[in-house]
Ligand binder design. Structure first.
Ligand SMILES: Nc1ncnc2c1ncn2[C@@H]1O[C@H](COP(=O)(O)OP(=O)(O)OP(=O)(O)O)[C@@H](O)[C@H]1O
Length: 721
C-alpha cells in the first residue's frame, strides 16, 4: 500500500551534508518507500526498545523513521551503520523522537550527533562552571528544551560547546539556550520566545497524529516539497516556517491583521505564504481576487517572482502584485480615461513648483518646502476633500502648529496649486493616491448602498496583503480600505516595521477604518543577520520610540538571532579619497577570499557617492552594478546604491560608506533644528532609520566607514559588539 512520507526539518539538514551518491540513494529510497514500505529490499524494522524504525537506503546507510499512523511516515535522519548500527540497543538509545511538552511539535534528537558536535569544539578549561547550572531540569523543560538533551545541557561549559549542541538540537532548544546564555531572565525567555510558540490546545505527548498537524512541527507537507528538498533544489523559507510564522500564515482573522517584527524576521516570507494560503481558499473561478502590494516598484517585482517560486505561476496569476503608487495610478486612469498622460513630478520638482507659485503671487509669508510637505502629507495624505475636513484634520508630528486662519490660507494656496498642476498636466504620487482614495471610497459607498454590483463582484478584492506597511500614506490605506469589504474575514493583512520607516508617512490605522486591535502579532527571530551585526544595528536606534501604526508604541523586545559571526568593522578615514581606497581594499579582500561579486554591496547616503564608489572600484578593475529605483541594473558585480534602494534586499557582505556627520543625518536638516524642531526630529529619525535599514541588510559581514567626523548615529554602534 502506498504511503505518505514526510521529512522533518532536521533530517534535511543531515541529508544535505551527505555525499552526492548517498543523497541519490536517499532519493531512490523515498520513491520506493512511498510505493511499498514493506518491500523486502528496504528491510524495514522496528528498533528494539524504541518506537522508531530503520530501513535500508544503501549498503551502509539506514533511514530512521517514525510511524505517525498506518499510512503516514516521517523521515527523521539518514545515518551510517558504522555509527553503532550493529548494536541495535545502542541505536535505540541514540535517537529520540518526542513531542515537545510546550509547543506540541515533533522533535528529533540524534544524541550521538549532538555529543560529537560538542566534542569537536574547543574543549573548555578544566574546572569551568556549567553554563546552565543555575537552571533546574524542570525549568529547562518548561521552557521547551528537549528533554533528552537536558543532561547534556547541564554539562555545557562554553559558548563554543553550546553552539555545537545547537547545530543538532531542535530549534526551540537552541533559541531558549542562546537567550538564557545572552543574559535574558527565565521570565523574559518565557514571554518573548516560548509563549508565542506554545501550543494553542493541550499537548498529548503520545499523539503523533495530532503533533504532526501543529504549527511547531516543521515538515515537508507534500511529495513535491520532499523531492525538492532531496534534490537540494529548495530554499528553506519555502518549506520550513518557524512555528510563529506558520501560525500567522494559516490563521483565520475576523478583520484586518497586522504583523510587525524587526528586519529579517521573515515578514515578507509570511506575507507570501499568507497569499498562497488565501489563494488555496478561493473559489475556482480563475479571477484575481487577491491584492499583494508594497511601497516600492522593485520590491513588487521581487514579490511576484518569489510568489511564483513559492507557489507556482498558476497561484501567482490569481494575485494582483503591484506597487501601491501604480495601483493608485490604475484606479485614476480607469476613471479619467481621457488618454491624457500626466507627468509625475518628483518631491523636489513639487517643492520648486510651490516656490514658483509663491513667487508669482509675491507671497513671502510661506516656505515652499513647508507647503509642499503639508499638501503632500496632510491634505493629500489624508485625502482631505474640503476646508472643513482640513480645519479638523490631525497634524500630529507635522511640525509647527497652524491656526484656523493659517489653515484657511494654506487651503486656498493648495487649491491654486492643484489647479496649476492640472493645467500643466502634472501630478505627484501623493495627488494620485488621494484621488484614487476618493474614487474607491465613492465606489465602496455605492456598493454599500446597493447601487453597484459589477458582474456580481462588487468590491475589487476579497483579500488585501500589504508588505512594507510602515511606508504607506494614509491615502493609500483609505484606498485599500475601500477596495475590500469592511467587516469581511481576512480582509486586510499587513506586515511592516516602523523602525524601518523611511518615507515619513505616519498613520494610525484605526482612524482610517482599519481596526487591527486584538489582531496584531510580532515576529522576533531574525533569519538574516548575525547576532553581532544585529547588536550594532540596534545600537544605531538609540533610545528613540517607534509607533505601532495604530497610535501605540512598537517594541523590538525579544528580537534576536541564533546566527553568530564577526563583529562589524567601524572605521574612519581622514578624507573621502582615503575612504574610497578603503572601500576598494575591503572589496578586494572579500573577493580574494572567494565571495562572489554579487554577494557584496556598498551602500551610501547620496547618489554622488554611488558614482564615486563605482568609479573607484572600476579603477580597481572591480565590476559593479548600480541599484536603481527599479532594482539592480544587472546581476554580476558589486552592488552599489543609495540607502533608500536597499530596502528589502540582503547581501552576504556589506560596506556602509559615507557614514559621516554631514551626510548622516543630512546637513540640510540642521537648519530646521531651531525653526521647526518637530520637523527636525522627524527628519532626524528618518535618516536614522535609513542607516538602520542599511545595516540590517548584511548577512555575514558588515563594515561601516566614514571620512572626517563620524555620523552622530554611530556613537552607539562604535561601542561594544
Ligand atoms: N522560515 C524561514 N526559514 C529560512 N529562512 C527564512 C525563514 N523566514 C525568513 N527567512 C529568510 O530570512 C531573510 C529575511 O526574510 P524577509 O525578507 O521575509 O524578512 P523581513 O522581516 O521582511 O525583512 P525586512 O524587514 O528587513 O525587509 C530572507 O533571506 C528569508 O529567506
Amino acid at each position: 500500500m502506498p504511503v505518505t512520507l514526510r521529512m522533518l526539518e532536521k533530517a534535511e539538514k543531515e541529508i544535505s551534508k551527505l555525499e552526492r551518491n548517498v543523497k541519490g540513494a536517499v532519493w531512490d529510497f523515498q520513491g520506493k518507500f512511498r510505493r511499498e514500505p514493506d518491500s523486502p529490499g528496504l528491510q524495514l524494522k522496528q528498533l528494539r526498545g524504541s518506537k522508531l524504525f530503520s530501513a535500508r537506503v544503501k549498503d551502509d546507510y539506514r533511514a530512521i523513521l517514525a510511524k505517525v499512523k498506518d499510512n503516514v511516515w516521517l523521515l527523521l535522519t539518514v545515518a551510517h551503520r558504522r555509527e553503532s548500527y550493529d548494536d541495535l540497543e545502542k541505536y535505540a538509545e541514540r535517537f529520540a523522537c518526542e513531542v515537545n511538552a510546550v509547543t506540541g511539535g515533533i522533535e528529533f534528537v540524534d544524541v550521538l550527533a549532538v555529543e560529537n558536535s560538542i566534542n569537536e569544539r574547543r574543549p573548555p578549561e578544566t574546572g569551568t562552571p556549567s553554563l546552565f547550572g543555575a537552571y533546574s531540569a524542570k525549568q529547562l523543560v518548561e521552557l521547551g528544551v528537549a528533554e533528552t538533551l537536558v543532561p547534556i545541557v547541564a554539562k555545557l561549559t562554553s559558548e563554543e560547546e553550546l553552539l555545537g549542541l545547537i547545530e543538532y538540537a531542535p530549534q526551540l532548544t537552541g533559541e531558549v539556550l542562546l537567550a538564557l546564555h545572552d543574559g535574558k531572565s527565565v521570565d523574559q525567555v518565557r514571554a518573548e520566545i516560548v509563549e508565542p510558540q506554545a501550543a494553542d490546545w493541550p499537548v498529548d505527548r503520545d499523539n503523533l497524529v495530532e503533533a504532526l498537524a501543529r504549527p511547531a512541527t516543521q515538515v515537508t507537507t507534500d511529495d513535491e516539497q520532499l523531492k525538492a528538498v532531496l534534490q537540494g533544489d529548495f530554499d528553506r523559507w519555502k518549506v520550513f516556517l518557524h512555528p510563529t510564522q506558520r501560525k500567522l500564515v494559516a490563521r483565520d482573522y475576523s478583520g484586518p491583521a497586522r504583523v510587525s517584527g524587526g528586519p529579517g524576521t521573515g515578514k515578507t516570507i509570511v506575507a507570501l505564504h499568507r497569499v498562497a494560503h488565501l489563494v488555496s481558499q478561493l473559489p475556482d473561478d480563475g479571477e484575481k481576487r487577491i491584492l499583494l502590494t508594497t511601497y516600492t516598484r522593485n520590491l513588487a517585482t521581487d514579490l511576484r517572482a518569489k510568489l511564483v517560486e513559492l507557489a507556482g505561476k498558476d497561484v501567482a496569476d490569481r494575485v494582483d502584485v503591484v506597487n501601491i503608487d501604480k495601483l493608485a495610478r490604475k484606479v485614476v486612469d480607469n476613471v479619467e480615461r481621457s488618454g491624457r498622460q500626466r507627468v509625475v513630478l518628483t518631491d523636489h520638482q513639487a517643492i520648486d513648483e510651490w516656490r514658483a507659485l509663491l513667487a508669482e503671487m509675491g507671497d513671502t509669508g510661506w516656505d515652499g518646502e513647508f507647503l509642499a510637505d503639508e499638501w503632500s502629507h496632510v491634505i493629500l495624505g489624508q485625502a482631505l476633500g474640503s476646508f472643513t475636513e482640513y480645519a479638523r484634520a490631525r497634524r500630529a508630528g507635522r511640525g509647527r502648529p497652524l491656526t484656523r486662519s493659517e489653515r484657511m490660507s494654506v487651503w486656498q494656496l493648495a487649491e491654486r496649486f492643484a489647479k496649476r498642476m492640472d493645467d500643466n498636466g502634472w501630478t505627484t504620487h501623493a495627488a494620485t493616491a488621494a484621488q484614487a482614495a476618493r474614487i474607491e471610497a465613492e465606489r465602496a459607498a455605492r456598493i454599500a448602498a446597493g447601487e453597484l454590483s459589477v458582474g456580481g463582484r462588487g468590491y475589487r478584492y476579497l483579500h488585501v496583503v500589504v508588505d512594507e506597511a510602515q511606508d504607506l500614506h494614509a491615502a493609500h490605506w483609505k484606498m485599500l480600505r475601500a477596495m475590500v469589504a469592511e467587516g469581511s474575514r481576512n480582509d486586510i493583512f499587513c506586515v511592516g516595521d516602523t523602525h524601518q520607516r523611511i518615507y515619513d508617512n505616519v498613520v494610525s490605522l484605526g482612524s482610517l477604518g482599519i481596526n487591527i486591535r486584538g489582531r496584531s502579532a510580532r515576529l522576533t527571530l531574525n533569519y538574516r543577520t548575525t547576532k553581532q551585526i544585529l547588536g550594532s544595528a540596534l545600537r544605531l536606534l538609540s533610545e528613540e520610540s517607534y509607533d505601532d501604526l495604530d497610535g501605540g508604541v512598537d517594541s523590538l523586545a525579544g528580537y534576536r538571532s541564533v546566527l553568530r559571526g564577526a563583529v562589524p568593522t567601524v572605521r574612519g578615514f581622514d578624507t573621502l579619497t582615503a575612504e574610497l581606497d578603503g572601500i576598494a581594499a575591503q572589496v578586494e579582500e572579500w573577493v580574494t577570499s572567494g565571495t562572489p561579486l554579487e554577494a557584496i554591496a556598498v551602500c551610501v547616503p547620496t547618489k554622488d557617492l554611488v558614482d564615486r564608489v563605482a568609479a573607484r572600484l572600476a579603477a580597481a578593475a572591480v565590476q559593479t552594478v548600480e541599484i536603481t529605483p527599479d532594482g539592480p541594473k544587472g546581476r554580476e558585480g558589486v552592488h552599489i546604491g543609495t540607502m533608500h534602494r536597499f530596502k528589502g534586499l540582503e547581501f552576504q557582505r556589506m560596506i556602509i560608506a559615507g557614514a559621516s556627520d554631514d551626510l548622516l543625518p543630512r546637513a540640510a536638516i540642521d537648519r530646521r533644528r531651531k525653526t521647526d524642531p518637530t520637523r527636525y526630529a522627524r527628519e532626524f529619525r528618518r535618516d536614522r532609520s535609513l542607516l538602520f535599514v542599511a545595516a540590517t541588510r548584511a548577512r555575514d559581514d558588515l563594515a561601516i566607514f566614514w571620512h572626517g567626523a563620524p555620523s552622530r548615529f554611530l556613537y552607539g554602534a562604535q561601542n561594544g559588539n
